[in-house]
Design a protein around this ligand. Structure first.
Ligand code: DQA
Length: 141
């Protein structure tokens, strides 16, 4: 089982950006958590972050026939990007949407998710452990 974990804009700033919302742990802490979980579960994981919509689209396209599942936190692109939705639909790889914060309890513009339609589940408001829950969903656990 090969899982691609994709992170969108500003998630490289975890630990610095709005710690009251996203916590004090860093992006590197997140990567270590996910990599450790992958070892425990005996799966292959690649983690990738970009601030650029087109780069994320490229990464989703390149996942075709390579990865069995995608965990995606599109960050702000969640609320704007038809291109990411179309890319996920194009490759047809099972995907789970993750948000560190509880987007349902935040601003109205965060209630809209363009990519939800292409995802089998959404995990929101569970902090970093939401990524592990998303992996479990892809593993059918
Ligand atoms: C986020 C929520 C988004 O609304 C926001 O733009 C982010 C992070 C989250 O993980 O809670 O950058 O996806």
């Amino acid at each position: 089982m090969k899982i691609l974990v994709l992170n969108g804009p500003n998630l490289n700033m975890l630990g610095i950006r709005e710690p009251d919302i996203y916590g004090k742990s860093t992006y590197n802490d997140l990567c270590e958590l996910i990599n450790g979980y992958a070892v425990k579960k005996g799966i292959d994981v690649e983690i990738y972050q970009s601030n650029h919509e087109g780069t994320l689209v490229d990464k989703i396209q390149q996942a075709y026939n390579v990865f069995d599942g995608i965990v995606i936190n599109p960050a702000a692109y969640t609320h704007t990007s038809i291109a990411l939705l179309d890319a996920l639909k194009a490759v047809g790889i099972p995907a789970v949407e993750v948000h560190i914060s509880d987007v349902s309890a935040r601003e109205a513009f965060r209630q809209i998710s363009y990519i939800r339609e292409a995802c089998k589940a959404t995990v929101s408001g569970k902090g970093f452990s939401g990524y592990l829950e998303a992996i479990d969903i892809l593993l059918g656990e």
